[in-house]
Design a protein around this ligand. Sequence first.
Ligand code: AHR
Length: 493
Amino acid sequence: MGTKVVLNADVSRGKIDKNIYGQFAEHLGRCIYEGLWVGEDSLIPNTNGIRNDVLAALKNLNIPVLRWPGGCFADEYHWKDGVGPRQERKRMVNTHWGGVVENNHFGTHEFMKLCELLETEPYINGNVGSGTVQEMSEWVEYMTFDGESPMANWRKENGQEKPWNVKYFGVGNENWGCGGNMRPQYYADLYRRFQTYVRNYGDNKIFKIAGGANVADYQWTETLMREANQMMDGLSLHYYVHPGGFWNKGDAVRFDDKEWEISMQKAYYIEELIEKHSTIMDKYDPEKRVAMIVDEWGAWYDVEPGTNPGFLYQQNTVRDAVIAGVSLNIFNNHNDRIKMANIAQMVNVIQAMVLTEEDKLLLTPTYHVFKMYKVHQDAERIALDIDTKMLEVDGAAYPQVNGSASKAKDGSIHISLTNADKDHQAEIDFDIRGVDFANVSGEVITSEKMNDHNTFDNPDKVKPVAFTAFENKGGGLKVTLPPMSVVVLKVTI
Ligand code: AHR
């Protein structure tokens, strides 16, 4: 069976929040240290200690929002250890991630500089698990209070006269697990208490994000929404694709046909999670005021052989490109509730955008998908209906083709499509309604083998090229997606 796609260009489905294309950077492995921060004295060219090659690559993604400092690290992070003269900062053990020494050289000021250089909105994740209400409250005061106060004065002494704008603030992370092993009712009460002291100073209005559920823990969402929805602006959701399961996740590169299929099916599973958690949210918040914030997602495999198991360093193949494409289409299509998503993680950790090795850098297939999809940021979603073949693995079905579409301010239309079948192309009859189009162009990312990936010796093995496998057909298009591919079409009027 071929695939039928109908685009109704004049049927709007609301704005796709640009924050769906957000990122996450944790003090984990070589994400912050080496990946982003090399220090001002490094031989690697840098701006205020942040490496220039990584900055330049990331700038091209128009990253709208960046979550920091964790993750699990957030609930062990004491922000006061990370401000003031660097040489005097406290050294601590990063117990979650490899037991390495954290010298706190990258703290609040360095993170805010990174956000400024990337022109991205900071999303700070506070510590509920091992922190105090006072500590969280003082962090907000330190960052955002404009006037005389103990924390604002300290910030000025540390070189930052003006307060920063901090819009997004997370009150704890994974508090059902590494963030304190709490039960939902207990966390809901703690959330209510901690968030009380996350103050709005001056014009700075904080969007408060409560720590949400792990995967299919619907009871967590139910409890948080029932007990605290009026005190939150967002509720998070975490989901990772582990083809082999949580303990033996599977290899990032050396995987077989079946693992490909399981990975695709598990990537699609996030749609069921979004719909079921959303249904619970709808019960308490039919107006959809509280956003779903998917602030950790991605494909998480075993670490690269020979690397520190606590550093979560993994390679990234064309499989990851398709997983990213599928996931982002699903997020776009749930733009009524999802207002932010943050892939884990930006550099050198899990499904990263860029990998570094000393002074070398490579762009991953996932990076390229984010670059291709950035056209959807803050664009108007338009109706796209797909009727495609169902594929199957171990009795679980998943669609061969998925997609999403949006209209940019200049009227041009972008359609992103994925083909999850690694052996067969997808022949699409594409009906374009509601618009007379003049021109179609596109980009595709695919590769010959499913394990293909970029290395420091061969950094351009998997990268986008112009897409030409389409022809006009009586007001519509005939489009052929190659096996295991992500395509973005641009339709101009
Ligand atoms: O992204 C890696 C870890 O995964 C995060 O620290 C934690 O929140 C999640 O379990």
